[in-house]
Design a protein around this ligand. Structure first.
Ligand code: C2E
Ligand code: MG
Ligand code: MG
Ligand code: MG
Length: 275
């Protein structure tokens, strides 16, 4: 997400800023057309326990535009959030991921599917009901669906999100706090919310095991999460050194390029190549 720079006023009068506005409008226009023409896709990245057994998959959005080529979620998700398009996109992600989960369960998958949920979706009163509807429609058990919400989105307006979060709890949905450590959590809220998993942000994993600060932060997050009865998963694990350090430090699960890359096949691809 672009930060406001102190040079903002100066930028406003440069042609580059005009280009930015044009680029933004063009992206929004094309994103709308991608939704209509079903040019969005989900890739699935495995989540592994300490014995490196796959415990679940995270669904990650991919947009390959016929003209622009692949556009990163880091670029289009914030735009979808600002424009409200994320609500429709989120409904599509929900339906697509639950339909996929149904297929996998039929092929013997017993793990979970995790989907990313934006703040706007939490404030949408019908969202929890639509989840319940999709689960019932596809005959999937609620405990196989996990919702990932970033720490920032979760804490932004907890009071307003509380109704939806309580509905999640009633439905038996698991809640994971994504990008943990990059925002500010109220521990009182964290304790009160139906959170079952904490995802250590990738930025703290990158420096492991050499960086003493990162190591201390990871240890602190793991012990805090466990003391609240939450499981821990570390994001962005890229090296064997990171993986073995995290396992020894007590992280319950790991996710990252070392273990699996996001790909369309998910569980079905794993069945074929054995990993
Ligand atoms: P996230 O939920 O924290 O997802 C993790 C991101 O890290 C993904 O980026 C993933 O591809 C990437 N990643 C996984 N393992 C590694 C690794 O070992 N090293 C590195 N360098 N990166 C790794 P991606 O797919 O570009 O998604 C970026 C963000 O966009 C996500 O962060 C999530 O916040 C958002 N996003 C993606 N799909 C959705 C969606 O369906 N709905 C919503 N609301 N947001 C989504
Ligand atoms: Mg996530
Ligand atoms: Mg994350
Ligand atoms: Mg795979």
């Amino acid at each position: 997400r672009a930060k406001k720079s102190p040079n903002r006023k100066v930028e406003f009068f440069t042609p580059e800023f005009g280009d930015q506005i044009h680029h933004r409008h063009e992206l929004i226009r094309r994103l709308k057309s991608a939704i209509e023409n079903r040019h969005l896709q989900l890739h699935y990245q495995g989540q592994f326990d300490r014995l490196r057994r796959c415990a679940g998959y995270e669904a990650l959005l991919r947009w390959h535009d016929p003209v622009l080529g692949p556009v990163s979620p880091a670029e289009f998700i914030p735009l979808a959030e600002e424009t409200g398009l994320i609500v429709g996109i989120g409904d599509w992600v929900l339906e697509e991921s639950v339909a996929t989960l149904r297929q996998w369960v039929d092929q013997g998958f017993t793990g979970r599917m995790a989907i990313n949920v934006s703040a706007l979706q939490l404030h949408d009163e019908g969202f929890a009901d639509r989840i319940a509807h999709q689960l019932a429609y596809f005959g999937v058990s609620a405990d196989q669906l996990e919702l990932e919400i970033t720490e920032t989105a979760l804490m932004a307006d907890v009071e307003r999100a509380m109704a939806t979060l309580n509905r999640f709890r009633e439905l038996g949905l698991a809640l994971a706090v994504d990008d943990f450590g990059t925002g500010y959590s109220s521990l009182a809220y964290l304790k009160a919310l139906p959170v079952s998993r904490i995802k250590i942000d990738r930025t703290f994993v990158t420096g492991l095991p050499e960086n003493a600060q990162d190591a201390a932060l990871c240890r602190t997050i793991i012990s805090m999460a466990h003391s609240m009865g939450c499981d821990v998963i570390a994001e962005g694990v890229e090296t064997e050194d990171q993986a073995s350090w995290l396992a020894l430090a007590g992280s319950d699960e790991m996710q990252g390029f070392l273990l699996d890359r996001p790909e369309p096949g998910g569980f079905l691809a794993g069945q074929n190549d054995g990993g």
